[in-house]
Design a protein around this ligand. Sequence first.
Ligand code: DOR
Ligand code: ZN
Length: 380
Amino acid sequence: MATIRLPGLVDAHVHLREPGYEYKEDFLSGTAAALAGGVTTVLDMPNTNPPTATPDRLIEKARLAAAKVVCDVGLFVGATNTEEDAYLPVAHQACALKIYVSDTFGSLRIDTLSLLHRLFRTWAEQAAARGGYRSQGRADGLGPITVHAEELMLPVCLALSRIYEVPLHIAHVSRRSEIELIRDAKMRGFTVTCEVTPHHLFLSAEDLAQLGARGDMRPRLASPDDVAALWENLAVVDLFATDHAPHTLAEKGIDVVTPPQNTPPGVPGLETMLPLLLTAVHGGRLELEDVVARCVTNPRHIYGLADQLDTWVEVDVDAVYELANGGLHTRVGWTPFAGRAVRGRVERVYLRGACVYEQGQVMAQPGSGQVLFGAAAPGT
Ligand code: DOR
Ligand code: ZN
């Protein structure tokens, strides 16, 4: 058995579901799943119930997280059509602003150009008042704007980011048209970064017949040509991030007598990303440095995250096994990759010198992880 040490991974796109959907996941089960996947920092999305759209809700979410998390967590604020930019007073306590302009789970999709325009303008004004953007190497300031912007909404967000000089991060890029536009925008000096999920790298629409609702997420699984374009343009891809988005199999209409009409999109991913990527390394499709850059160095830079001292993951790179639904820490207990042969297993995780995960068991106490950017500090 060959064991290697990797730095603790950052997953910059997860849905931990608390408050409002704790039956799918909560801060404890979701961060336990993170540790099992070798992830020691997660950035949590705002489409909870209620959405993280106001100062009170960010502070309340931070308090819930502080009591439960077993790895470090940054919290996104999110814009809604009714609350607009109400989050601005706590913008510096969020890891970033998330804006949805394409179809998603929940009610956060922004409907009008006038509101979208305002959200970019006021984030830029707030950043100027707070000393700029962390993503540009400053310790203080604001995070970037991260968007769920598919197809024609992508150039709209690129334009607004350029006009207001806001660093833009594009979540879960899935199509050739999108990655090629981001490539060309980068070449022309746009301040834009992007991420790709393991499911868009390792699955395509051709897998839908076998996966059914287990393969339904937004963005949808794309064509084999789109998948090939992501691999061809790996140099343009700054991050691998899971978009860990748990829903129960019953909600997905699987193994139930009367399947629901509208099944929610999204798949869990925290526990399967590293073995999938290490399998690609073994197969010669990636270098280990490509994984470390996209899962550690680049997310820390883009979101301005401090290093975690004495933090590492021990991986048995010779372990060959099948990914399975059994034994997962995510509350929903399934993965779209069940049955896939992989190579590389997380054996142990150390966070700030303490062994927090060992061979399937979470050793850390709930609340031993940190909530980043002071969001859980008393009196804020
Ligand atoms: O598939 C998805 N699920 N895409 C999203 O944009 C949201 C996510 C969720 O929260 O379930
Ligand atoms: Zn998401």
